[in-house]
Design a protein around this ligand. Structure first.
Ligand code: 26Q
Length: 814
C-alpha cells in the first residue's frame, strides 16, 4: 500500500525537495519557477494518491451502483489551490515553501488552467464531479483530453484574435497517463450479414481504428478523504498505421495517416451552439463514448458480471446530446459483441441512460446527416434505424396513424436533408430527461418535446443547476468565507442551506460594515489583477457592474452596451451633468465563437465604445468600460467576488439556466435580470426587494412574436434609444466610418431576433433603480447579504442530491 507523507511542514518540505530532485532533476537553488510549480503539484499529488487508490479498490469491491458522467467538456479551472484545499494542506504547503524561500502565490500563477470546455455546460460538469467527490458518491467522469482547450482570446484593434491554447506545453503534473489501458476504437467500413448458427445477424466490418489512451485525474472531495476519478481520452495512432509504413514503404503517407488519427483529440470545438455537423466532431464524440463504455465494462465490472444486472450497477448520464452516440454503441456492444437479443438489450439500455438538455434554441439542437453517420458509423446507423422503427410502431399504437405526429416525433428528420435528431434519440433511450432550471424544464416539455412528454409520462423532470461553493466561494472569496465562518462556525461549505442563518446578521450594522469591507478588499484585489494583467484600473467609489459569459446575441450584450451608450450620450449631449452620474465601471468578459461574425462585431463595438467613453474628458471618469481579454475560470474567480451588480439579461425563454448568475449572488452581488433560466429561482429565493427584475416574460415574448415584432417601431418611439443607436450608426465609435458597425445597427432595427429594442426601456428604468439603490450603501449591503444568505440552494451538492433522488437512484454515499 502507498503511504502518504506526514502532514507536517517538515514532511511537506522533504517530499517537495525530493520531487525537485527526483522528478525534475534539479536542486532547489538551480530550479526555475516552473520546476518548483511542477514539484509542488507532485507533492500535493503524493498526499492524495493513497486515498485515491483506496477508493478505487473499494469501488471495485462493493460493486455498488455508480454514475458514469459522459461529457465532451470539463472546464476545470486551475487545480493547485483546489487540491490543496481539498486535502487540507493549504497552510502546510504555504509554510513549507516559505521555509524553502519560495512564495507559493507566485507558483500558483504559473498554472495554465485546463480549459477543456466552452462555458456553462463544461463548467457544470466540473462542479458536479467536485460535489460527487465531496458527497462520497462513487463516480467516474469520462471525457476528452483535448491537446488544445478553448482558444486564448486577444484583441487587436479591438477585434478578437484567437490563439491556440497550448495548455500542456510546460508539463501536466495532475494527470496519470495509462497507455496500457488503451482501447482500440474503430470507424468506417461497412456492415455485413452472417449466419450465426442458423440465425442471420448483422455485424460491423470497420475500415480504420485509433487507440484511445486514458489519462486519469484525481477529483478529491472536500476534506473527506475521498478521491474520485476523471478519465479523459487521448487519441493515438494504432499499430495498423505503423504496419502500413512497413508494408507500403510510403513513409510520408504513413506519418500523415498517424497525424490524421491523432487529430481526433487535438482541439476543442469553440462553438457552443449552432453545431456545424463537422465530421471530426462526430469522430470525437464516438471516440470518447466508445472508449468509456468499453472501459466501464472491462475494468469497472467484475469478470463474471451478469449483464442483465447492469441497471443495478450503472447509470450513464449524457451531458447534452454530445455523447448520445453512446446509445447505439451500447446496443451494438450488448447485441453484436455480447450476443444478447435485441429486446433484452434495449430494455437494459433504456434503464442505463439518462439525458440532460441544456438549451431551448432550435438551432442548437444537434443533428447528424445520415450520409455522414452511415460513412463513419454504418452499424450504428442501422441500430438507430431499428430503434426508430420500433419507437414509431409504439407511437402508432398509442396515437393511431397520425402522420403529422409521426413525422414530428421521428428520430430521423427528412428536411433539409435526412438526418438523426440526437435529442430525440436521447429522449427515447433515456430513463429520464431533465432540463437545468424550473422554467427551462417546463418549456422543454411544453415547447421542444411536447409529444414525447405526452408519450412518456413521468420521464421528464427538472434538476436546477448549481455551482461548487468550494471553488466559487471558499477559494475565490476567502475573506467572505472567513466572515461567514466567524458568524456561523464551520461546516457551512458542505451544507449551504446553513447560510440562511446569515439573514439575522443582515440586520447587524457591524456585520454589514465587515461585509462591505470584504467587498472593498475584493475590489482592490481585482484592481491589482487587472493592472498586472491588462493595465486597467478600477477607480475607488465606482459601482462594479459585470457581465461575463460567452458572447451570444440571445444573452444580449448589446442591451448592456445600449445602456452604456445611453448614459454616455446623456453626458455629451448635455442632458445630464457628469457630476450627477453615479460612478460605474462596466466590465465585460466574453469569447465569441471564431465563426460567429455578429458576435465578433459586437466584441469590436464593446471595445470601441470603451475607448471613446474612457478617454472622453466630459465623462470626468465617471463611466468606465473595461473588457479584459480571455475571460476564463481563473479570471472569473477574481471578478465575481468584486462585483456589485450581476448582469443576467437574456431574452426570456432563451437561457436554459445560467450558472454565473448563481456565482454572483453567492458572492454578494445583486442581480439585474430578466425572468429567465435560474434567474427565476434566484428572485424567488432572494425576494423582489433584493433583485432588479425587468423585461418581458416568456409568454409576453411569445405574444409579441405572434403579433409581429417590428423593432423599428421601438426605435421610433423612444428618444433615448434612437439617440443611442444613431450615435453608433454615426461612426462616433469608429472614427467616423459608418460602415464598421452598420451590420449591428441594421440587425437591431430590422431583425433583432432577441428583442433587444423591445426590452430596452424597461432595462433603462431598472438601471435607474439600481443607481438609486446604490446611493444607499448600507441598504445595498443588506440586500447583498440577503442574496448570500438565501442562495445556498444553488450549491451543486444540492443538484447532485436531486440527480440521485430523481434520476440515478444510487446509494447516497459509500
Ligand atoms: C455541439 C456540436 C458541435 C460543436 C459544438 C457543440 C456544443 C458545444 C458546447 C454545443 C453546446 C455547447 C455548450 C452549451 C452550454 O454551455 N449551454 C449552457 O449550459 C449551462 C449549464 O446547464 C446553462 O446554464 C446555460 O444556460 C446553457 O446555455
Amino acid at each position: 500500500p502507498v503511504i502518504a507523507p506526514p502532514s507536517t511542514v517538515d514532511g511537506f518540505v522533504r517530499e517537495f525537495l525530493q520531487n525537485l530532485n527526483l522528478e525534475r532533476g534539479v536542486t532547489l537553488s538551480a530550479s526555475n519557477p516552473n520546476d518548483r510549480y511542477i514539484a509542488l503539484a507532485y507533492t500535493v499529488r503524493d498526499y492524495l494518491v493513497a486515498r485515491w487508490l483506496e477508493d478505487q479498490r473499494r469501488q471495485r469491491e462493493t460493486q455498488a451502483k455508480g454514475v458514469c458522467y459522459l461529457s465532451a467538456e470539463y472546464l476545470l479551472g486551475r487545480q493547485l489551490d483546489n487540491n490543496l484545499l481539498a486535502s487540507g494542506l493549504t497552510d502546510i504547503a504555504t509554510d513549507a515553501l516559505a521555509a524553502c524561500g519560495i512564495d507559493i502565490g507566485e507558483l500558483r500563477e504559473l498554472e495554465v488552467e485546463p480549459g477543456l470546455g466552452n462555458g456553462g455546460l463544461g463548467r457544470l460538469a466540473a462542479c458536479f464531479i467536485d460535489s460527487l467527490a465531496t458527497m462520497s458518491v462513487p463516480n467516474v467522469g469520462y471525457g476528452i483530453r483535448y491537446e488544445y482547450g478553448i482558444f486564448r482570446q486577444t484583441f487587436v484593434g479591438g477585434q478578437q484574435v484567437e490563439q491556440p491554447d497550448a495548455w500542456l506545453s510546460l508539463g501536466s503534473p495532475w494527470e496519470f497517463p495509462h497507455p496500457e489501458a488503451a482501447q482500440t476504437i474503430s470507424f468506417g467500413g461497412h456492415t455485413e450479414t452472417y449466419d450465426d448458427g442458423g440465425v442471420t445477424r448483422n455485424r460491423w466490418v470497420p475500415g480504420w481504428d485509433v487507440e484511445a489512451v486514458p489519462y486519469n485525474y484525481m477529483v478529491p472531495g472536500y476534506q473527506n478523504g475521498r478521491v474520485n476519478t476523471l478519465r479523459l481520452w487521448s487519441a493515438k495512432a494504432t499499430n495498423s498505421f505503423d504496419l502500413r509504413v512497413f508494408n507500403s514503404g510510403d513513409y510520408e503517407e504513413a506519418v500523415r495517416a498517424q497525424t490524421f488519427a491523432e487529430n481526433i483529440s487535438k482541439v476543442l470545438y469553440p462553438e457552443d451552439s449552432t453545431p456545424q455537423g463537422k465530421e471530426l466532431r462526430l469522430q470525437q464524440q464516438y471516440f470518447f463514448v466508445a472508449a468509456s463504455i468499453r472501459d466501464f465494462l472491462d475494468h469497472q465490472l467484475l469478470p463474471d458480471f451478469d449483464l442483465t444486472k447492469l441497471p443495478e450497477r450503472v447509470i450513464f448520464q449524457l451531458n447534452d446530446t454530445h455523447p448520445v452516440i453512446a446509445v447505439p454503441e451500447f446496443m451494438r456492444v450488448l447485441t453484436d459483441e455480447k450476443g444478447m437479443d435485441w429486446d433484452a438489450a434495449w430494455a437494459i439500455t433504456q434503464q442505463c441512460f439518462a439525458y440532460t438538455c441544456h438549451t431551448l434554441l432550435p438551432e442548437a439542437l444537434e443533428v447528424w446527416s445520415v450520409d455522414l453517420l452511415g460513412r463513419l458509423l454504418p452499424r450504428h446507423l442501422e441500430i438507430i434505424y431499428r430503434i426508430n422503427e420500433e419507437f414509431l410502431v409504439a407511437v402508432r399504437e398509442r396515437f393511431g396513424d397520425d402522420e403529422m405526429r409521426i413525422r414530428n416525433m421521428s428520430i430521423i428528420s427528412e428536411f433539409p436533408e435526412r438526418s438523426v435528431r440526437m435529442a430525440y434519440l436521447a429522449t427515447v433511450a433515456g430513463a429520464k430527461v431533465n432540463g437545468v432550471a424550473e422554467l427551462h424544464s417546463q418549456l422543454l416539455r411544453d415547447k421542444v418535446l411536447p409529444d414525447f412528454d405526452e408519450f412518456y409520462p413521468g420521464k421528464f423532470t427538472n434538476v436546477t443547476n448549481g455551482i461548487t461553493p468550494r471553488r466559487f466561494v471558499r477559494l475565490a472569496n476567502p475573506q467572505l468565507s472567513g466572515l461567514i465562518t466567524e458568524a456561523l462556525g464551520g461546516g457551512w461549505l458542505t451544507d449551504m442551506e446553513r447560510l440562511r442563518e446569515l439573514e439575522a446578521y443582515a440586520e447587524d450594522p457591524d456585520f454589514r460594515a465587515a461585509f462591505a469591507e470584504v467587498k472593498a478588499a475584493n475590489k482592490r484585489r481585482l484592481n491589482d489583477v487587472l493592472l498586472a494583467r491588462d493595465g486597467f484600473e478600477v477607480s475607488d467609489g465606482h459601482m462594479l457592474d459585470v457581465m461575463v459569459k460567452r458572447l451570444h446575441e440571445y444573452k444580449r450584450q448589446m442591451l448592456k452596451l445600449l445602456h452604456i451608450v445611453t448614459a454616455y450620450e446623456g453626458i455629451v449631449s448635455g442632458a445630464v451633468a457628469a457630476s450627477d452620474v453615479q460612478p460605474r465601471t462596466f466590465i465585460f468578459g466574453a469569447k465569441a465563437a471564431p465563426g460567429y461574425a455578429m458576435a465578433k462585431r459586437i466584441i469590436h463595438l464593446i471595445n470601441a465604445v470603451g475607448s471613446v467613453v474612457n478617454d472622453d474628458p466630459r465623462v470626468e471618469g465617471r463611466l468606465k468600460v473595461l473588457f479584459p481579454p480571455n475571460y476564463n475560470v481563473t479570471l472569473a474567480e477574481r471578478l465575481i467576488p468584486a462585483a456589485d451588480l450581476s448582469e443576467q439579461i437574456s431574452l426570456a425563454g432563451k437561457e436554459a439556466s445560467g450558472t454565473g448568475n448563481m456565482k454572483f449572488a453567492l458572492n454578494g452581488a445583486l442581480t439585474i435580470g430578466t425572468d429567465d433560466g435560474a434567474n427565476v429561482e434566484i428572485r424567488q429565493l432572494v425576494g423582489d426587494d433584493n433583485f432588479f427584475l425587468f423585461g418581458m416574460s416568456e409568454p409576453e415574448v411569445e405574444g409579441l412574436w405572434a403579433r409581429g415584432y417590428k423593432p423599428s417601431e421601438f426605435y421610433q418611439a423612444d428618444d433615448h434609444l434612437r439617440r443611442a443607436i444613431d450615435l453608433i450608426a454615426s461612426g462616433a465609435f469608429s472614427d467616423g466610418d459608418k460602415s464598421v458597425f452598420e451590420p449591428i445597427v441594421s440587425n437591431l432595427l430590422y431583425d433583432d431576433r432577441f428583442m433587444v429594442l423591445a426590452d430596452y426601456s424597461a432595462y433603462i428604468d431598472a438601471q435607474a433603480k439600481v443607481d438609486a439603490a446604490y446611493a444607499d450603501q448600507d441598504a445595498w449591503t443588506r440586500s447583498a447579504i440577503l442574496n448570500v444568505a438565501r442562495c445556498g440552494f444553488f450549491s451543486s451538492d444540492r443538484s447532485m442530491r436531486d440527480y440521485i433522488e430523481r434520476i440515478w437512484h444510487t446509494p447516497p454515499s459509500l
